[in-house]
Design a protein around this ligand. Structure first.
Ligand code: CP3
Length: 367
C-alpha cells in the first residue's frame, strides 16, 4: 500500500513537514523525555511540587515543564508533559508514582467485573488538565515549533494495568493472552475507544503531531504483536481526525524492539515510524522505502559517552537516512536522567550543522 503524502503548508512546523515528507532546510530534532530529571530546572520544580502526578495534573506546571527544554535548546518540537498512565488513572484504575519505584497500580485488573467498571465515555472528563496544558503550550510556542501530543498503545497500557507495575517481561500480562484472551481483548477494545477520543481532543486542543508509545509491543511474538498490539493501533489511527480545516496532524508509531515488524507497522496508515536504537535508519529505510517517514534511533547511551563518539554516531544516523526529507532526528528511547545538559546541547548543534547538506536539493527545488 502506498500512502499518498498529504499536502502540508510551507508555513507548517518543520517537524510536521518532515513527518509528511515535504521539503525542509535541515533535519529537525526533538528528544524523547526532553523534559525531565536531567534538567536542573525540572528537578527544582519537582522538589517544590513533591509529586510527579500532581505536576502532570496542574496545567500551569505542565505547560512550564513542557517549555523548559525549548528555552535551553534549539529544539524543533515540544512534547506535552504528561504520562501515558494518566489514561488508566482517568478510567478509574488509579496509578501512583513512588520515588525511585516507577509506576504502581494498587488495584490491578483481575476480573471481567474490573474491566466493566472502567470508565469509557466519561474518562475524558478526568483528563481536562491535559487538554488545558496543550492549549496553554500551543499559545506560548512559536508557530515553527510543533507540539506533540501522545498516548500509550492499548497493549502497553493494558500490560501495566494487569501487571500492576513496571516489569522486565510483563509475564502476568502476557499470560492473559493464553489464559483470558477474551478478557484481554475486551480491555484492549475499551482502551482503544478512550484513546481515540483522548487523542482527538488533544488535536482539537492544539497538538500538531500525535505519537503512539507502544513500549511493550516488542515483548510479544510476531503473531501476537499483530493481534494484540498492531490491530488496536491501526483502529486508533483510523479513528483520528488528522485532517483539520487548516492543518494536517501526522501520526508516529513507536514500538520499542519492533524492528522486525516495520513493514507491518507501515501498513497501519501511520505517517512515520519511530525507531529504537537496535534498528538502524538505513535498514529501516530499505524496509519501508518512502511509504512512511522515520524518526529516531540514536542510542540514548551516546549522550553518556564522549563528544567524539557522539559526533560519529550523529553523522552515521544522518548518512544512513541520506538525502531528502522524511526524517526527524531523535533518540531510540528516552534521555537518561544522568545525561549532561552540555552533551544535549552539542547533539542539537551537530544535527543542525551536519544535516543541511542532505537537504540542498529540496531548497533548490523550492526557490
Ligand atoms: O517525553 C517527554 O518529555 C514527555 C513526557 C513523558 C513522560 N512519560 C514523563 C515522565 C512521556 C512521553 C512519557 C511516556 C511514558 N511513560 C512511557 C512511554 C515511553 C517510554 O519511556 O517507553 C512509559 C512506558 C511511561 C511510564 C512511566 N512513567 C515510567 C515507567 C516512569 C518511571 C520511569 C522513570 O524514569 O522514573 C514514568 C515516570 C515519568 N514519566 C517521569 C517523567 C518525566 C519521571 C518522573 C519523575 O520522577 O520526575
Amino acid at each position: 500500500m502506498m500512502n499518498n503524502p498529504p499536502v502540508v503548508s510551507t508555513a507548517a512546523p518543520v517537524v510536521v513537514r518532515a513527518l509528511t515528507r515535504q521539503s525542509v532546510p535541515y533535519t529537525p530534532i526533538w528528544l524523547m523525555r526532553q523534559a525531565g530529571r536531567y534538567l536542573p530546572e525540572y528537578r527544582s520544580l519537582r522538589a517544590k511540587a513533591g509529586n510527579f502526578l500532581s505536576m502532570c495534573q496542574d496545567p500551569d506546571i505542565a505547560c512550564e515543564i513542557t517549555l523548559q527544554p525549548l528555552r535551553r535548546f534549539a529544539l524543533d518540537a515540544a512534547i506535552i508533559f504528561t504520562d501515558i498512565l494518566v489514561v488508566p488513572d482517568a478510567m478509574g484504575c488509579p496509578v501512583e508514582f513512588s520515588e525511585g519505584q516507577g509506576p504502581c497500580f494498587n488495584q490491578p485488573i483481575q476480573t471481567l467485573a474490573d474491566i466493566k467498571q472502567l470508565r469509557g465515555d466519561t474518562a475524558l472528563d478526568h483528563l481536562n488538565y491535559v487538554f488545558e496544558a496543550i492549549q496553554q503550550v500551543r499559545v506560548a510556542l512559536p508557530a515553527q515549533q510543533a507540539l506533540i501530543g501522545f498516548a500509550g498503545s492499548p497493549w502497553t497500557l493494558a500490560a501495566y494495568m494487569i501487571e500492576g507495575s513496571g516489569s522486565k517481561d510483563f509475564l502476568v500480562a502476557r499470560s492473559w493472552i493464553y489464559k483470558n484472551p477474551s478478557m484481554l481483548h475486551q480491555l484492549l477494545a475499551r482502551l482503544t475507544q478512550v484513546i481515540i477520543e483522548y487523542l482527538n481532543q488533544q488535536i482539537i486542543s492544539g497538538a500538531d503531531v500525535i505519537m503512539l508509545f507502544d513500549t511493550w509491543g516488542g515483548l510479544l511474538s510476531s503473531e501476537q504483536y499483530q493481534l494484540i498490539s498492531l490491530a488496536y493501533m491501526r483502529q486508533i489511527i483510523a479513528g483520528l481526525r488528522r485532517q483539520q480545516a487548516d492543518r494536517y496532524v501526522p501520526v508516529i508509531v513507536f514500538t520499542k524492539h519492533g524492528g522486525q515488524w516495520l513493514n507491518a507497522i507501515a501498513t497501519t496508515g501511520c505517517d512515520a515510524i519511530s525507531l529504537d536504537w537496535t534498528t538502524d535508519v538505513a535498514t529501516a529505510r530499505s524496509m519501508v522505502g518512502s511509504r512512511v517517514a522515520l524518526q529516531g534511533h540514536l542510542d540514548p547511551a551516546t549522550l553518556l559517552g564522549t563528544r567524539q563518539a557522539l559526533e560519529v554516531a550523529v553523522r552515521q544516523v544522518l548518512a544512513d537516512y541520506g538525502d531528502g526529507s522524511g526524517h526527524v532526528f531523535n533518540l531510540g528511547h528516552g534521555i537518561d536522567r544522568h545525561t549532561s545538559v552540555e552533551q544535549v546541547q552539542y547533539l542539537i548543534e551537530l544535527v543542525k550543522d551536519h544535516s543541511r547538506k542532505y537537504h540542498l536539493d529540496e531548497i533548490d527545488a523550492r526557490s
